[in-house]
Design a protein around this ligand. Structure first.
Ligand SMILES: O=C1C[C@@](O)(C(=O)O)C[C@@H](O)[C@@H]1O
Length: 148
């Protein structure tokens, strides 16, 4: 069975490349997912992608992944700073995860400094722009392909 990664993007990340380009850049989510797929193909790892603007839909997707996936990479968007529900879902799914942010949340408004997820994450990547996705996928796919 090939190892598998679930890449989740939360609320408003469907607008990546369009929304506040001075903060998030001009690369679209589709571009990010295409690149991630090609990285995973090269390393023989399966990639599933999911984006939703709805907290409950993300919770449902994590429950579905429980026991069927090896690692989650998640940009939770604004849910990072608000959601006990998402924290519980990640812990309930019993999946290791990387928390990822395109922007450096610590250099932004105070309310973005708090994360409900970071202390449970394997790693947190922020401020690398969309390159952060490439780094996360490379790290996880290599780790999984080595342990396959
Ligand atoms: O929606 C987002 C995107 C974000 O997660 C990022 O990728 O930098 C940072 C969050 O604070 C914000 O709400």
């Amino acid at each position: 069975m090939p190892k598998s990664i679930l890449l989740i993007n939360g609320p408003n990340l469907n607008l990546l490349g369009l929304r506040e380009p001075h903060i998030y850049g001009s690369t679209t989510l589709k571009d990010v997912e295409t690149e991630a797929r090609s990285q995973c193909d090269d390393l023989g790892v399966t990639l599933s992608t999911f984006q939703s603007n709805h907290e409950g839909a993300i919770v449902d997707r994590l429950h579905e992944a429980r026991g069927k996936c090896d690692f989650v990479i998640i940009n939770p968007g604004g849910l990072t700073h608000t959601s006990v529900v998402l924290r519980d879902a990640l812990l309930g799914a019993e999946l290791p995860f990387i928390e990822l942010h395109v922007s450096n949340v610590h250099a932004r408004e105070e309310f973005r400094h708090k994360s409900f997820l970071s202390d449970k994450a394997v790693a947190v990547i922020c401020g690398l722009g969309v390159y952060g996705y490439k780094v996360a996928v490379d790290f996880v796919a290599r780790k999984l392909s080595e342990s396959a």
